[in-house]
Unconditional design. Structure first.
Lengths: 298, 294
């Protein structure tokens, strides 16, 4: 892998177009997405369901579903163009250069195996640790994510742990090989509010070690507290991106304004919440269709 | 999150009537098969042409005149004066060997292909899926008979034939289950962490398919016993001298008016064995499957 300490962004996506071909039907999912995640920063990808957020994370990890095709644009991961890589090349990169924390920690862990065994797998694969060495490192990793009684947790099955504990384990596994980019796909959606806060604090703390984080969320409160920069995505297009303070203070796109107006603000408790205007969404959808027509997409 | 107190698996299994009944029947079957030489009162092949068609001991009054020093035939004798009980016990041996090896072979072949199809998807899935469809469109017994007549009779041929006919059962189930598992987050996580496909299949998918496989295996053993009996019945199984339930059934059929027990007894043995295996499989499924268990 080229220059680990490259000053450039750990993930750069340029004008990414992606379609899904399924039994003769073609659906355009991404229409020119561009974003960059600098090292040591947390970049938020914000948008509603179906906007293409997940597909961006899938593309950045080479885990695209069957039938998905990148039709234009490129993905640069840690200085290397990974667009169109084969599965065999991706395997050496996943877990080592890029890693992912999924939404629901219960389903992200194998229900039938002990935590210790699952963590050891990763350590053996990428760091050549085995047996007692892997076990000790796994315990150290759990300490790092503030899990008490690491030894007991390592001997537990996922169902024996609480949701917050499981998500810490998942985060520890994602961090195990100090990847340069970590993608967190709605890491707190499945957790209790109190636990959410702890997990978010943990993510910020770990980012201090120099990794870039791409945080996928629809919670603008989380973005405000945690992230440095953000991209607002809808209909497979990035509508607005920039530093978080900038976007919050002066949202340029009407969709961003609508999202912000629909989010409760602690600093302005008196404000009424405004649902996102349906006409606005319809307008965006029409734009997306026009975009497709112009380029002969379907 | 509430955590229900769940009794340990062993305790639950013992408490399940299905598992208990099925387990006992299987134990009986295994004991009979392993200990046949000691359990059987007589040599199953020894003929006693002086006392053919002796009825079972319980039919009391109808007992035919027999020399007082003659050994007692608890379940009667067949047309050649062979002891039915001994033949049934030795028959359990054949039945069990066929059931276990054929089911294991079918499971191995079927699950390997099923896992491949389910995990790889795409072209591999299409090819294997169509193959299974074509395979299953053959009547299974007919296919087995054709196979055995092509590869020749004998224990090994019967086992191979049953495995070749029945691997599709495992293939379909394992394929569906692998597909379902593959879509789960922890398989995505495993891929995300860079594990290779065979490794994911072995450590992530297989353990979660195992309960299903155990269940299928016991059911398949029941089926194998029946198929073996059918092949024996049409004379395509083990050499005719050996004791098999199907062979006994086939021979007994000729004398059904004179000596109905010659058909009824092997049939009962077979039914008990299959019933036991099915009960065991069903019971295991209920206890091992977290969705059915309530």
């Amino acid at each position: 892998m080229s220059a680990a300490a490259a000053p450039g962004p750990v993930l750069r996506i340029e004008d990414l177009h992606l379609q899904i071909h399924d039994a003769g039907r073609v659906t355009t999912i991404l229409r020119g997405v561009s974003l960059a995640v600098p090292a040591g920063r947390i970049h938020a990808l914000v948008g509603e369901s179906g906007g293409g957020k997940s597909m961006v994370t899938r593309a950045a990890t080479g885990l695209l579903p069957a039938g998905a095709r990148i039709t234009a644009g490129r993905i640069v991961l840690a200085g290397e163009d990974v667009t169109g890589w084969k599965e065999s090349r991706w395997r050496g990169v996943r877990g080592r250069v890029v890693s992912m924390v999924l939404q629901d920690p219960l389903t992200a862990l194998n229900p039938g195996r002990r935590i210790g065994a699952q963590m050891s797998d990763v350590l053996r694969l990428h760091r050549g640790l085995a047996g007692a060495g892997a076990w000790a490192e796994a315990a150290a990793l759990l300490d790092r994510v503030h899990v008490r009684e690491a030894q007991r947790v390592l001997r537990s099955y996922p169902h024996e742990l609480s949701g917050g504990m499981r998500q810490r384990v998942v985060i520890a596994m994602a961090w195990a090989c100090r990847p340069q980019l970590i993608i967190c796909d709605e890491p707190t959606t499945a957790l209790d509010v109190t636990v959410q806060k702890q997990v978010l604090r943990l993510i910020r703390e770990l980012t201090g070690e120099g990794q870039g984080v791409l945080l996928v969320t629809h919670d603008l409160g989380v973005v405000a507290k945690l992230c440095h920069s953000m991209s607002v995505i809808h209909g497979g297009r990035v509508l607005e991106s920039g530093a978080v303070e900038e976007v919050y203070a002066r949202p340029r796109h009407p969709y961003t304004r609508a999202l912000l107006a629909a989010t409760p603000r602690f600093d302005r408790p008196g404000d009424a919440l405004v649902p996102v205007d349906e006409a606005l969404i319809a307008g965006l959808d029409a734009q997306a269709q026009a975009y497709d027509r112009e380029r002969g997409l379907r | 999150m509430s955590r229900r107190a769940v009794a340990p698996l062993g305790a639950r299994l013992v408490r399940s009537p299905r598992v208990l009944f099925g387990g006992l029947v299987c134990l009986l079957l295994v004991a009979a098969a392993l200990l046949a030489p000691w359990l059987a009162p007589m040599d199953p092949l020894e003929q006693d042409l002086l006392s053919p068609f002796e009825p079972p001991a319980w039919s009391g009054a109808a007992a035919p005149p027999s020399p007082d020093d003659a050994p007692r035939h608890w379940l009667g004798t067949d047309n050649l004066g062979r002891d039915v009980l001994s033949r049934l016990i030795y028959g359990a041996r054949t039945a069990l060997i066929v059931a276990v090896t054929a089911a294991l072979l079918a499971a191995l072949a079927g699950s390997t292909l099923g896992a491949l199809a389910g995990y790889a998807g795409g072209r591999a899935d299409t090819v294997i899926g169509r193959l299974v469809d074509v395979w299953m469109s053959f009547p299974p017994v007919l296919l087995a008979i054709v196979l055995v007549s092509v590869i020749g009779t004998g224990l090994v041929s019967v086992i191979v034939a049953i495995a070749i006919v029945d691997w599709t059962r495992f293939c379909r189930v394992v394929r569906a289950e692998t597909r379902a598992q593959r879509a789960l987050d922890y398989v995505t996580s495993a891929r995300m962490l860079g594990l290779s496909a065979p490794r994911i299949l072995l450590t992530e998918v297989l353990p979660n398919v195992t309960p299903l496989l155990i269940t299928l295996l016991t059911l398949e053993m029941g089926i194998a016993i029946v198929v073996e009996a059918m092949l024996s019945f049409v004379g395509l199984s083990v050499a005719s001298g050996a004791s098999t339930w199907g062979g006994m059934l086939g021979e007994g059929r000729l004398y059904v008016n004179q000596a109905p027990w010659l058909m009824v007894l092997p049939m009962a043995a077979m039914m008990l064995a299959v019933l036991g295996l099915n009960a065991l499989g069903d019971g295991l499924r209920r206890e091992l499957d977290p969705v059915v268990r309530r």
